[in-house]
Each structure stands twice: as structure tokens, then as C-alpha cells.
Design a protein around this ligand. Structure first.
Ligand code: TA6
Length: 293
């Protein structure tokens, strides 16, 4: 177990649902838990032990099943299509291949997923995907996709981030005014949001095309402003199923729609093409600013 003298450290946690998980702790008081199942961030805790990500009470931690909450990795397909919904990366076993603990610096683990017989059956492309989880007082997730085959491949991707909130009614998303959005609940109607802040008072499932690099998620009831900064991801998704949508999801409790909002960085309306040997890098940085304790 690598351990720095400053309190920075990485621990291996008892397997849940058969998958190994790693806890990264940083001297700033932040920690993050990442499961090798999907290279899925299942917890991001801030100072004073505050959990910042939503995880459903009904989430299942089982091989082959996506985990409801945290930060699922969507790859190589977003939403419904020829592959399983949101692709296969979130349900596969990744490997932690590098761990680094530096004194007064970041705590980093890199996870890797390689194409294999199972993925080739679903998707006929050879690839390598790596996720760096870099923890300081911010959480940086950096995703690299490489085409290791001999033909062109195309993919979509997203970091499907579930923020925890005491009440979604008090959430405002800022920074998306002027961006074109595609509304998945209204036959993909295209609109431009004129409002400087977006409130959530019903089901929402919208993708904002070529959204700004930084988006804020303010939660009045929590006294937290999350800052989401992205690079190499063109789009931003806002999703909340509301009560009826939540009822239709088997691993989600109906009342929990109030406790979450997904604001996701992704390449969704923008498809990335890679020729053999090419690599695409993207990143999402999460920062939590506490307005009060
Ligand atoms: O990102 C929003 C979305 O694509 C919604 O349409 C909704 O279905 C959600 O993801 C969750 O998908 P999941 O497959 O995890 O139930």
C-alpha cells in the first residue's frame, strides 16, 4: 500500500460484489473510492466526511451490472443503440495498473480496459482505454482512448456524474445559457436556453452541444457550488428522472429522485473517430466550494 508521509495514501478495500476497490485519500481531507468494476468512482468524500456523490440505496454491486450512482463511464456508445445501453465499459472489470502517492502532491491511480474476446464480439475494434483518477482538493478524471487495431473506430463517451443533493428543487445549473440543447424527452427538440440558471422542477434529459468548458451546479440546501471543468468533452448532459421515471428504474428508489442530479461531461452529439494508432484524451475536473459548513 503506497503511503506518503503527509497522509496521502491508497488502500485496497474488501471486494464488493467480487470487484476490488481502491480508496485514495488526500491530505486536504478529500477521499475517493474507485471500483475496478467499470473503473467506477463510487464515492467522493469532502472535508468533514461529506459524501458528494449520489449512490442509490438500491444500487447493485454485481458482475455485469452497472452501478446506480457515483460516476459510471459511458463508452463506446451513449444511450440506446446496437450495444448494451451506455456501452460496455461500465460493466467490465478494469485493472488498476499504476498507483502513485506523492508528498504534498496528488494521489493517482490509473485504470485500464483492453479489448478482448468479449468486447470484440460486441464491437469489432481493438482499443485501450485508460482512466487516471487524480485526487487533490479537486477530483480530476482523465480518459484516454487509443485505437490499437488496424481499422478506423468511432465512439461516444461520458462521465455520467451523479451529484448528491438534499433537494434537487434547490439546484441551479449555471453556465449553459446560449448553448444549443437537444431534449431527449421531447423527440430531440432543439432549443437554445436563454436563462442564466437552469432549475429542475420535473423530468429532465437534455444534452447541451458544444457547451462551455466550465459549468456550475449550485445546491442551495447543501450550501455547495460544484464546478465542473471539462476538456476534450464537447457536450454536457443534465438528467433527473423525477418520480415517475425513478419508479421505472429497478435499482433506484422512487423518492431518491430528489437527492440527485446528473451533470455529465461527454462526447455525445459529437462522435470521435480514431484511425489506427490514434489516441483521444478528455478530462473532467470536479471542485466543491462550500458556502457554509
Ligand atoms: O444521461 C442521461 C441518460 O442517458 C438518461 O436518458 C437515463 O436513461 C440515464 O442516462 C441513465 O441510464 P441508465 O442506463 O444508467 O439507467
Amino acid at each position: 500500500m503506497p503511503e506518503g508521509i503527509s497522509g496521502n495514501r491508497i488502500e485496497r478495500l474488501a471486494a464488493r460484489g467480487g470487484a476490488q476497490a481502491l480508496r485514495l485519500s488526500h491530505e486536504s481531507g478529500y477521499s475517493v473510492v474507485v471500483s475496478e468494476h467499470g473503473a467506477h468512482v463510487v464515492s467522493w468524500v469532502g472535508p468533514n466526511e461529506r459524501e458528494l456523490l449520489f449512490m442509490s440505496e438500491a444500487a447493485r454491486f454485481e458482475p455485469g451490472i452497472p452501478i446506480r450512482g457515483g460516476i459510471p463511464i459511458v463508452f463506446p456508445q451513449f444511450g440506446e443503440g446496437v450495444l448494451p445501453k451506455h456501452g460496455f465499459a461500465r460493466t467490465m472489470e478494469w485493472k488498476a495498473i499504476r498507483e502513485q502517492v506523492s508528498v504534498s502532491g496528488p494521489v493517482t491511480v490509473t485504470f485500464r480496459l483492453l479489448s478482448d474476446a468479449q468486447t470484440l464480439q460486441l464491437w469489432p475494434h481493438r482499443f485501450q482505454v485508460e482512466l487516471d483518477v487524480v485526487l487533490t482538493d479537486v477530483l480530476l478524471l482523465s480518459l484516454r482512448v487509443e485505437n490499437t487495431g488496424d481499422s478506423r473506430l468511432e465512439f461516444n463517451s461520458a462521465l455520467h456524474t451523479y451529484f448528491r443533493t438534499k433537494d434537487v428543487a434547490g439546484v441551479r445549473v449555471r453556465g449553459l445559457e446560449g448553448s444549443e440543447s437537444v431534449d431527449f424527452l421531447k423527440d430531440r427538440t432543439i432549443a437554445i436556453d436563454p436563462h442564466p440558471e437552469i432549475g429542475i422542477s420535473g423530468p429532465v434529459d437534455r444534452v447541451y452541444r458544444n457547451s462551455p468548458q466550465t459549468v456550475l451546479v449550485e445546491s442551495a440546501q447543501d450550501g455547495i457550488v460544484y464546478q465542473i471543468t471539462k476538456e476534450g468533452f464537447a457536450d454536457t448532459v443534465i438528467w433527473n428522472p423525477w418520480i415517475d421515471g425513478a419508479r421505472a428504474i429497478s435499482d433506484f428508489l422512487a423518492a431518491e429522485y430528489r437527492e440527485m442530479v446528473c451533470v455529465e461531461s461527454g462526447n455525445i452529439l459529437t462522435t470521435i473517430a480514431l484511425e489506427p494508432g490514434e489516441l483521444h484524451a478528455s478530462a473532467q475536473i470536479l471542485r466543491a466550494d462550500f458556502q457554509r459548513g
